[in-house]
Structures are given as structure tokens and as C-alpha cells.
Design a protein around this ligand. Structure first.
Ligand code: ZN
Length: 93
């Protein structure tokens, strides 16, 4: 397993973080929130939601964002893969 960011392959320093290999030096650079920050976000979000209870919960909103980001990621990657394939093909002309 190689760190996705720096390529560190020292297995004692690389962990699987939600399916992505990350080393202990790169992990702090990810800006992962501490629990107290996440609790504050939940509280703030739910406070705003009191006036519109039909709106998604914080957990639902996060799920939505993860899915939307995945779709954007796939779209961007497909555009680049298409360019990559076309560049190779066009170079053969
Ligand atoms: Zn790393």
C-alpha cells in the first residue's frame, strides 16, 4: 500500500483511510475535523433546520455531498481520460 499523496510505501506508516492509503506524515495535511468541531457543525445545522424540518438532516446532507462529489470526480476523470485517449490516437496520425 502506497500513500496516495507522497507514495510512501513503509507499511508501518501507511493506513487505510476510508479506502485510501494515507501515511502518517500526510494525514495531518488532510484537515480532518476533530469530533468537537463536527459536533458544533451538527448543532449549528440542526438549529437552522428547526424552522424547516422537511430539510435534510446533517447526516443526510453529508451523504448527499459525498455522492455529488463522487459524480463530479467521475465526470472530470472521464473528460481527462477521453483527452488522454484522443491525444494518443491523434499522435499516431
Ligand atoms: Zn504520504
Amino acid at each position: 500500500m502506497k500513500c496516495f499523496s507522497c507514495g510512501n510505501s513503509n507499511q508501518s506508516q501507511v493506513e487505510d483511510l476510508y479506502g485510501y492509503p494515507v501515511c502518517e506524515s500526510c494525514k495531518p495535511s488532510l484537515g480532518l475535523y476533530k469530533d468537537h468541531t463536527i459536533r458544533k457543525h451538527i448543532t449549528d445545522f440542526e438549529k437552522k433546520r428547526e424552522s424547516v424540518p422537511e430539510n435534510p438532516t446533517y447526516a443526510q446532507e453529508v451523504d448527499f455531498r459525498v455522492n455529488a462529489m463522487e459524480e463530479r470526480y467521475i465526470r472530470s476523470r472521464l473528460q481527462l481520460l477521453h483527452i488522454q485517449a484522443r491525444v494518443k490516437e491523434l499522435a499516431e496520425d
